[in-house]
Write a protein that binds this ligand. Structure first.
Ligand SMILES: [Cu+2]
Length: 127
């Protein structure tokens, strides 16, 4: 009887450790570099804070179709890309855009976000 209890306890501990190991392994496997690269290649992320964008110029390859995504890191902002039919604000913070016309386009904040609002300007260069 005593022996069975010990065996059972060992089995439980062993199984627990095994499950934990599998969990850790699964959790730590990062998405492959290739997948991450693919996702990055198809997304143009614009990060906004008070009162600037993370880059003054965003470069895009002419003819490409990208998901333009606005991330509000600090404050609440929205963007418009003048000359392209792009407006991101509120709940609609991403949009698929085809950049077929080479040129320089102005990105500006379209949400009255505070005293630095008018300084929130950047450009997208499509080439
Ligand atoms: Cu603003």
């Amino acid at each position: 009887m005593q022996k069975n209890v010990v065996k059972w306890a060992v089995a439980v501990v062993f199984f627990g450790a095994f499950a934990l190991a599998i969990g850790v392994l699964l959790y730590q496997i990062p998405p492959s570099a290739k997948e991450t690269e693919e996702a990055n290649k198809n997304t143009l992320t614009i990060v906004a804070s008070n009162f600037a964008f993370d880059q003054s110029t965003y470069e895009v390859k002419a003819g490409s179709t990208l998901t333009v995504q606005l991330v509000n890191k600090q404050g609440i902002h929205g963007i418009e890309i003048e000359g392209l039919d792009v407006q991101l604000q509120g709940d609609a913070l991403s949009q698929e855009v085809t950049f077929d016309q080479p040129g320089t386009y102005t990105i500006k904040c379209i949400v009255l976000c505070g005293e630095g609002h008018t300084e929130m300007v950047a450009t997208v260069v499509v080439a």
